[in-house]
Ligand binder design. Structure first.
Ligand SMILES: N[C@@H](CCC(=O)N[C@@H](CS)C(=O)NCC(=O)O)C(=O)O
Length: 216
C-alpha cells in the first residue's frame, strides 16, 4: 500500500496509525505542498490528503472511508462490539469539532514549518481563501482563548485517559486513531503546543504511537 500525506494532517496521521496498529506494510509519500501533480494524476483531480493506494491498486480518499475499508479488511479490533456507536461518534467528534479548534492552534506553526517561501505563502493563501484575510495571524493572537476551548473539549477525554491507557480500554480503537492524529498535528507544528493544552496527552501520544496489535 502507499499512503500520501502531509506530516501535519490529522486525517492522514489517523489513517497512518490504523495502518501501523494493524501491522500493514505500506510506503509513505510526503506530498510537497506546492506540487500535487502525482496526487492529481493518481486521483483524477483530488488534491487533499490522505489518499491510500491499496495493494490491489484501489485509490481511496476521504479518511473516514479509508478507515471503514481498513476496519472491514481485518481491522475489527479497532471497533470492538458493542461500542461501534460511541467509537465512531468519538471519531467524528475528533475529526470535526475538536479538529476545528486544534487546527487553528497549530496552523501558525504549521505555516512556518513549510520549508520553502512558496509553500508557506500557498498555505496562508489557501487558509485565507477559506477563513478570511489575516486568519493565520489572528489565530496566533487568539491562541490563549483557543487553548482554553481545546482544554474544555478535551477535559473528559483526559479524565478517561488518567484511568486507562486508551479511550475505550487497554487497546486503541478508531477513536484513539482520530485523537492521536490531532495530537500529532500539533506536535508536527510545535512540540510545546500539546503539553500546553494537556500535558497528559504527551505520554498518550507516545503510548499510542508505539502500540501494535501485530508486528509487520
Ligand atoms: N474529509 C477529508 C479532509 C481532508 C483534508 O482536509 N485534508 C487537508 C489536510 S489536513 C488537505 O489536504 N488540505 C489541502 C490543502 O491544505 O491544500 C478527510 O477526512 O480525508
Amino acid at each position: 500500500m502507499k499512503l500520501h500525506r502531509f506530516r501535519y494532517s490529522p486525517y492522514a496521521r489517523k489513517v497512518q496509525a490504523v495502518l501501523d496498529w494493524l501491522g500493514h506494510r505500506y510506503e509513505l509519500c510526503e506530498v510537497p505542498y506546492a506540487d500535487r501533480n502525482e496526487l492529481a494524476a493518481l486521483t483524477g483531480g483530488y488534491i487533499q490528503v490522505p489518499v491510500l493506494v491499496t495493494d490491489g491498486g484501489q485509490v481511496l480518499k476521504e479518511s473516514r472511508d479509508i478507515c471503514e475499508h481498513l476496519v472491514q479488511g481485518g481491522g475489527a479490533a479497532l471497533v470492538p462490539s458493542p461500542f461501534e456507536g460511541p467509537i465512531w461518534a468519538y471519531h467524528d467528534f475528533a475529526d470535526g469539532p475538536l479538529e476545528d479548534v486544534l487546527f487553528r492552534i497549530g496552523s501558525p506553526a504549521v505555516q512556518r514549518a513549510w520549508p520553502t517561501p512558496g509553500e508557506r505563502a500557498l498555505y496562508t493563501f489557501i487558509k485565507e481563501r477559506k477563513f478570511g484575510a489575516g486568519c493565520v495571524d489572528a489565530w496566533l493572537r487568539e491562541r490563549g482563548s483557543l487553548v482554553s476551548r481545546a482544554q474544555k473539549l478535551l477535559a473528559p477525554s483526559v479524565r478517561t485517559l488518567s484511568q486507562q491507557p486508551f479511550l475505550f480500554g487497554d487497546t486503541p480503537t478508531l477513536a484513539d486513531a482520530a485523537l492521536l492524529g490531532n495530537c500529532l498535528m500539533l506536535q508536527e507544528g510545535d512540540v510545546s503546543l500539546l503539553p500546553r493544552i494537556a500535558p497528559e496527552l504527551v505520554n498518550y501520544t507516545e503510548r499510542a504511537s508505539a502500540f501494535r496489535f501485530r508486528e509487520v
